[in-house]
Ligand binder design. Sequence first.
Ligand code: DAH
Length: 342
Amino acid sequence: MAGLLEKIEEMAGQAPAKVKRSDTLDSLEEIRLEYLGRKGLLTSILHGLKDAPADQRPLIGKQANLLKNKLSGLIDQRRRELEQQRSRRELDSGRIDVTLPGSRPWTGSIHPLNQVLERINEIFFGMGFALAEGPEIEDEFHNFDALNTPEDHPARAEQDTMYLEGGMLLRSHTSPVQIRHMQANRPPVRVIAPGRVFRRDTPDATHSPVFHQVEGLYVDENVTFGDLRYTLEQFAAQMFGAGASLRFRPSFFPFTEPSAEVDISCIFCRGKGCRVCKQVGWIELLGCGMVDPNVFDSVGYDSERYTGFAFGMGIDRICMTFNGVNDIRLFLESDVAFLSQF
Ligand code: DAH
């Protein structure tokens, strides 16, 4: 059986060169299978050893094993080379310039008015107020009559309020929500009602026919002007910081008696006078007062037993002041360049 030794020698002459020439991982694997696979050339020699003459077996076995070890070493080495080449190619083809600016994913943001609104809601929720809502299309009863607004009040005029067909109108303030809430609930009531309101205003930097208010209403036995004042001061401290002070000026609204307009010390100059507050040190914040007994009568509340306070604030102006926005129309224009700053 000298044939086996010659075969091994022949393989030893050819196989290493084949391994070196292989240029893909697939072709290298084919070579491995050809020699070392379960039915490979070298494997079958080792399997056939038992048929070889006893005196040659040790030599054949030794040579076959030497070749087997040498070949698998060479194949492993070649595999590592080819793998390295492959990953270098992959890196080259997918090369990225890490100094280029990344592409920013588009994310939405909360509308600046809603940011202010959410903040206001949170503060009043914390003081035990609940949320109330009413329709934007109202009737005269809820928007005016029940709010003790006289027939000849200028706010009722066509040039101030937008009327619809059938005696309906677009609510000119959020105060009608007070009426609807009291009609549907018995005292005590403690609600805030944010929403859109509509007035026939020619749009300019500080006027918009659509703007936003937050209404507040608190009715119970023994509610006083002191409660109103305390509530608004707590609100101002949380909304604008502990240093913010409020100024109450006597005023008039048909639905409150007495009524007041409330200013806040300018949050930028703390009352010293600056460009934002036009050097007066105060910024108008809201209207408020004690609910007029006539309003209680119109919703069937006992005005002898109950008292209450109400307030209404425009949030567009607050939001403008807060954020240094100089045109109220920007809030309604859905201009992404503007909105994405918030
Ligand atoms: N409704 C008033 C307005 O639109 C604001 C207002 C003032 C609301 C006094 C109130 C209030 O509840 O008590 O100008």
